[in-house]
Ligand binder design. Sequence first.
Ligand code: PEP
Ligand code: MN
Length: 292
Amino acid sequence: MIPFTPKDSTPKNLLVSREHQSSATVVAVGETLFGGEEFPVIAGPCAVESAHQLLKTASGVCLSGARGLRGGAFKPRTSPYSFPGLEEEGLQLLALAREKTGLPVFTEVMSELQVELVSQYADVLQIGARNMQNYPLLRAVGRQRRPVLLKRGMAATLKEFLLAAEYILAEGNPHVILCERGIRTFGQDTRNTLDISAIPILKERTHLPVIVDPSHACGLSEVVPHLAKAALAVGADGLIVEVHHQPSLALSDGRQSLDLPAFHDMMVSLRALAPAMQRKVYTTMSPLRATG
Ligand code: PEP
Ligand code: MN
């Protein structure tokens, strides 16, 4: 039985609220800090597909200045016939890529039953948009100590988003990074619509760091660098971006994946823009290991 403690859940009384904590929460993932002066970029493939694909992509993004490696081992796919991910083998490959590059690993956990397994390999547990309101899962990641990347549901209001984060904090885990990844609108020209105004509104209402996923937001690789710059300009605390060493061969989300030269160019332009926003976009964190 979960003990029920009635609490006033008006926004001002929430643990996630600025009223509860006025100073920004800085979530540390290894040496990378989310919510401070740094503007960290997490990059990697939509799904882990093979050792070759992951290591090529991971070392490439590392050399261009990524500060975290993303890659799904358990993939939430709209169709049950699409590539579902390599599961534990994918997690092992992520751990190998971390060993070679030094990049901390961000990967999705889809069910409370997977939390223990995924925590053995991941540095940050990602909760996907489709699971933003999976309350047993939110409680389960709240009971463990790894940082959590919580993505906004595709039809979730900001209040619902913050209440989802509240579930994790209420269980005792304060290390939550929020991610705006586009919402469903009437628009048919992009996969979703990046809700750019969500970022300053969230930053005003909560002390938690807020990052942006421009890849799932628009679904078009040529648009991703523009949204990335918009995210930096509007006050986001970082990015998570899909990159594949050969996007045309990707088993999922190839159309929105940057190739390595395009990722490099995006990082160069973010680095140029960052000082105007009093932010820092670092260059490569471990050049020696990245070449290994
Ligand atoms: C992902 O980042 O791999 C993903 C599936 O994104 P979302 O949950 O935002 O759709
Ligand atoms: Mn994807």
